[in-house]
Design a protein around this ligand. Structure first.
Ligand SMILES: Nc1nc2c(ncn2[C@@H]2O[C@H](COP(=O)(O)OP(=O)(O)OP(=O)(O)O)[C@@H](O)[C@H]2O)c(=O)[nH]1
Ligand SMILES: [Mg+2]
Length: 203
């Protein structure tokens, strides 16, 4: 029944400094979240390629904004993680400037997927990002990651806690695991429809 698919994916380039232009003038959906939450792993799972986005045991690995061209039509954007406490302050400031510049000067951004580690829940830095985005009315999809790490009761609690914190319906919380592939198909559909729904009014 799933007509929507990711057929093609290609690394298209990266931005390392504020003010740099994306590799092409295309619509974008970005993946954001704290350092180590599993952004790059989920990008790989979503595009069905194990090693297109770099994953590592060292938090703060992704320091640039990476653009992946999907179906020759839009960019899936892997953002550097925030909230990595052990990074030197100058490095943290550079990341913040880069990501904030990307988010504020971007009329091509159709939506943002905010990843939350299911074992940690929403934290202060996530809230700040949500507040930041609501000012620009950028649609946000909230996604729990690493669900394979929880048992059945832990899973229910993680979903319930997130619903309560964000005051959103249960069907708007997506539970995923890059390891088992749980929730990845649904996430793909949601990503594609974020782009589609915007394309209608704005060809
Ligand atoms: N068990 C489990 N581990 C995961 C999952 N997703 C990611 N990880 C692990 O979590 C660590 C961080 O994953 P990344 O995908 O690099 O996280 P990131 O958010 O891109 O990190 P930064 O780029 O540093 O911000 C790696 O050791 C991954 O193997 C998952 O679904 N399940
Ligand atoms: Mg990463």
């Amino acid at each position: 029944m799933t007509a929507v698919r990711i057929r093609e994916v290609e690394f298209a380039g990266a931005i390392g400094r504020p003010g740099q232009a994306p590799p092409a003038d295309l619509r974008q959906v970005a993946i954001a979240g704290k350092s180590n939450v599993g952004k790059s792993s989920l990008v790989n799972a979503v595009v069905g390629r194990k090693r297109i986005a770099r994953v590592s045991g060292t938090p703060g690995k992704t320091r640039e904004i990476n653009f992946y061209l999907i179906n020759d039509r839009f960019f899936l954007v892997d953002l550097p993680g925030y909230g990595f406490a052990r990074a030197p302050e100058a490095v943290r400031d550079a990341w913040r400037r880069l990501v904030e510049d990307y988010l504020t000067h971007n009329d091509r951004l159709d939506g943002l997927v905010l990843l939350i580690d299911c074992r940690r829940g929403i934290q202060e830095a996530d809230r700040q990002l949500l507040d930041y985005l609501s000012a620009d009315e950028i649609p946000v999809l909230v996604v729990l990651t690493k669900m394979d790490k929880l048992n059945r009761s832990g899973r229910s609690k993680a979903v319930a806690d997130l619903r309560k914190e964000l005051e959103i319906p249960a069907d708007q919380v997506l539970a995923t695991s890059a390891q088992t592939g749980e929730g990845v198909d649904v996430l793909v559909e949601s990503l594609l429809s974020l782009v589609d729904s915007n394309a209608e009014g704005n060809p």
